[in-house]
Design a protein around this ligand. Sequence first.
Ligand code: DQA
Length: 149
Amino acid sequence: MSSHHHRILVLHGPNLNLLGRREPEVYGTMTLAELNREIERFAASKRVKVRIYQSNHEGKLIDLINEHVDWAEGIVINPAALTHYSYALRDAVAAVGIPTVEVHLSDIERREPFRRRSVIKQVCVGQIHGKGLQSYLRGIELLLGEEEG
Ligand code: DQA
């Protein structure tokens, strides 16, 4: 990413709209609105412009990735359950060629076996899981670090 214009697309997948009330013992009590506010605050402190979207629909997430091909210099995506099986989402990430970080609130390595597999990870510059809000913030940092190296 160029040092003059950091533009990062942040995407939340299915059921993340329910954060706060959804399995709080796994995902915490922070709502999506609160999470997004923290992401925006952090981004502003790093002089990064963010656009944040949530969708329960695979096709909508793919459309958003496609539509931001000329805007986004990086993508932070929590594909939620789509992580584990969506080749269409994986292909969208590969197609646009925008550096992408996959993030998860929970530790997907230590839950049900089906969550250990990600079909998205291989087309991403990294995967960060198990750190709640910090997974997203470190995802942004990872993208910023990509250009400095
Ligand atoms: C999740 C982990 C996924 O396995 C799950 O389907 C989600 C949320 C996480 O952020 O921990 O919906 O992506």
